[in-house]
Design a protein around this ligand. Structure first.
Ligand code: ZN
Length: 330
């Protein structure tokens, strides 16, 4: 009898212990993020044949649709005009809408407002609308989002405000970004390793790409609290690439582990943070949490750096292919 009650006591303790543990665990934060993907139909569209762009798009969109992730993709229409491939490239773009996603404008040829000047940049915005607007209107959708190439929003406040007024006038809502892990840099190296069938290097790049995103997101969360007072509905910047096509699922898992659920860009933009004062101007484009911080006279510090080997290999790659690396994102 004594043994039985001892057994019962141990059994009950075993039942209650996990409940106690659970009660003491901190609640999982309720974080929200909108996913945006730039440089459509593909970041490296000039180097990829249309068949590769179609395969990449199919894989990327398949994962996003299976996981019910809302996405807006931002287009550079210049990338459609490769002789003999125009139809297939437009079809790759159309797939985004067929799969239930939305498209926005990212200028015709990825022009920087800080480099080309206001007038030429406005022409770039208009030239970047034709095919995208046509595809959207076939589905009774409107072209309503714009993303600044290189996140360059103007070197001076007058230019910035004139560009913004121009965009509003044409019916656009600017799509800011708050989370950025510089996936384009990893994507360039990954593409090269993929072409050479160097699977060991591909794995190394993916590991680094995920680790850097984890660190960059943690940094943005902390900076959010310091600058906004809370973590707003975030907007993540990614790029259309084979790296994302092959591994975005792991990145989405990483975000879920941090407590994120996935929302539309429209929902994210409803957060009052996106109406905070923002007078940021500068040569270098940057994310909006940094914009708000600098507007408040705060200097954002402690952003994680990309591993030196990734930067060095990227430079080597650009030297060997004779291409000039972009100063910020491609
Ligand atoms: Zn871009």
């Amino acid at each position: 009898m004594k043994q039985l009650s001892l057994l019962l006591a141990v059994f009950c303790a075993l039942c209650v212990f996990p409940l106690l543990l659970n009660a003491q665990a901190p609640p999982k934060p309720d974080r929200q993020v909108a996913i945006t993907i730039d440089d459509l139909p593909a970041g490296m569209a000039d180097r990829l044949p249309a068949a590769d762009i179609t395969a990449m798009t199919t894989k990327l969109l398949g994962t996003l649709r299976d996981q019910k992730i809302p996405v807006v993709g931002f287009v550079n229409e210049k990338k459609l005009y490769k002789p003999g491939e125009v139809d297939e490239r437009i079809k790759a773009l159309q797939m985004w809408l067929d799969y239930g996603f939305e498209l926005g404008n990212h200028t015709f040829s990825h022009a920087s407002l800080n480099q080309v000047g206001l007038k030429a940049w406005e022409d770039e915005v208009i030239q970047g609308e034709s095919v995208t607007r046509m595809l959207l209107s076939q589905r009774k959708m409107k072209l309503r989002y714009f993303r600044h190439p290189y996140l360059d929003t103007g070197r001076d406040l007058l230019t910035r405000r004139q560009a913004e007024a121009f965009l509003v006038d044409r019916g656009y809502r600017i799509a800011p970004i708050t989370l950025d892990g510089w996936d384009w840099m990893f994507a360039g190296l990954y593409e090269d390793a993929r072409k050479r069938n160097d699977t060991a290097l591909q794995q190394q790049i993916v590991k680094e790409y995920l680790a850097h995103h984890d660190a960059a997101i943690a940094y943005a969360e902390q900076l959010s609290v310091k600058v906004v007072g809370y973590e707003p509905k975030q907007i993540l910047l990614l790029h259309a690439s084979n790296l994302e096509a092959d591994h975005i699922g792991e990145l989405l898992d990483l975000l879920r582990k941090r407590g994120y659920r996935f929302i539309t860009l429209e929902d994210a933009l409803g957060d009052q943070a996106y109406s905070l004062p923002d007078t940021y101007v500068g040569e270098e484009g940057s994310g909006w949490i940094e914009h708000w911080a600098i507007t408040q006279g705060k200097i954002p510090q402690g952003a994680p750096e990309i591993s030196k080997w990734v930067i060095d290999r990227t430079k080597e790659l650009h030297m060997s292919t004779g291409t000039v690396p972009a100063p910020t994102e491609p």
